[in-house]
Design a binder for this molecule. Sequence first.
Ligand SMILES: Nc1ncnc2c1ncn2[C@@H]1O[C@H](COP(=O)(O)OP(=O)(O)OP(=O)(O)O)[C@@H](O)[C@H]1O
Ligand SMILES: [Mg+2]
Length: 471
Amino acid sequence: MIALSLAEIAAVVGGQTHDIPDPSVQVTGPVVRDSREAVPGSLFVAFAGERVDGHDFAAAVVEAGAVAVLASRPVGVPAIVVEDVQSALGALARHVVTRLGATLVALTGSAGKTSTKDLIAQVLRTKAPTVFTPGSLNNEIGLPLTALSATEETRFLVLEMGARGIGHIRYLTELTPPKVGVVLNVGSAHIGEFGGREQIAQAKGELVESLPAAEEGGTAILNADDPLVRAMASRTKAKVILFGESAEADVRAENVRLTDTGQPSFRLHTPSGASDVTMRLYGEHHVSNALAAAAVAHELGMSATEIATALSGAGSLSRWRMEVTERPDGVTVVNDAYNANPESMRAALRALVAMGKGRRTWAVLGKMAELGDEALAEHDAVGRLAVRLNVSKLVAVGGREASWLQLGAYNEGSWGEESVHVSDAQAAIDLLRSELRPGDVVLVKASRSVGLEGVAQALLQTGAEGEVAGR
Ligand SMILES: Nc1ncnc2c1ncn2[C@@H]1O[C@H](COP(=O)(O)OP(=O)(O)OP(=O)(O)O)[C@@H](O)[C@H]1O
Ligand SMILES: [Mg+2]
């Protein structure tokens, strides 16, 4: 964090200082919520959770060198005491980002936020020091913590924003007001909680509503291929830049194809020129993510060649997203078990087929959560797509939704041994261990709650260490 004295912090968050002998002492280190991350100079943020109460670790973090604790009650060591720790953290983040010289880029969407945020960061950091959301910490706590990790040197601050309802994104934009806002897509993730696609669009569009006007440098970067995102142009005063494959997009991809290894390659067009990209990431869904990243980088002054070079070199920074590992016996394991929604299921199946040309392909799939009324139809459609794409074997893992997947495949013409339904991850592991042959390609994918990464990990243990490709 930029150095701030305890007195300044207390004033910013409206807190009382307790047990602080010298309020001019500065916080110079990171702001942390995990006591194990406290280092000399840190500020420790104590949240009182249901299972763990951060306040219990106050003495230990000060012992580890933390300067003080941001707390909701006195803790016997230096503390700034506030009524509500979360709002105090937000107020501190807001104060700090307004003092930074960094350009704030925020992005949201139903699918691909983390993947795209990692791409944006890997492109921008070839130009200037960049701080970005680690992993998927995109909520009201992760976002301010990330913002507070920026320093005076930071030129670009790239923030993932997640939402589970109306008003969530607006709240996040109030903490860290972005200058550049990106909306990727409106899909079906969390559709059950939101109540429908229109509501999701309403919620995601809050990002572009928050942007400064075009004259003040505000830029909204919108997916031209997604009608609900495209329509958000009318909700912003910012300049609008469109990305996508459609002809009207300012930042476009032409000649999109998947290589034999399942990696997208295309010609990138930006208003300042064109250049070829071949990605290290797997799956055609990354084309859209790459175009969003290219639009941000173009807007922040990078040439098409600089962007294409950075995109071609970008790896996967976050785990279990199309993570491809070769086993010594020639079995390829594609671990995409981080999450699943209908869009990413389709993209992953297409990538599996591209990389499995001439080989046996296995799709080990589990439920896609939170689809509300669309759950049956969407699982059925994924099962059918697996057959249409000619995936060799479908293993549907889990309860009701898995049976819908398998039934979809069965009704599309896959029967007998081509598709099976197993009750849990262990049954899938047992089946695969006995059936896999050298040269097979296995995709493992489901919603986070299913925990199918255990299947991918078990398969990799069977085959001893392999090299992790594309990371
Ligand atoms: N543009 C895209 N369209 C559809 N699916 C995508 C896209 N980009 C990534 N995915 C897939 O969606 C899943 C989640 O990806 P990622 O973690 O990048 O998304 P996210 O929006 O950050 O998710 P979360 O809401 O969990 O934070 C992965 O399986 C990934 O392969
Ligand atoms: Mg994410």
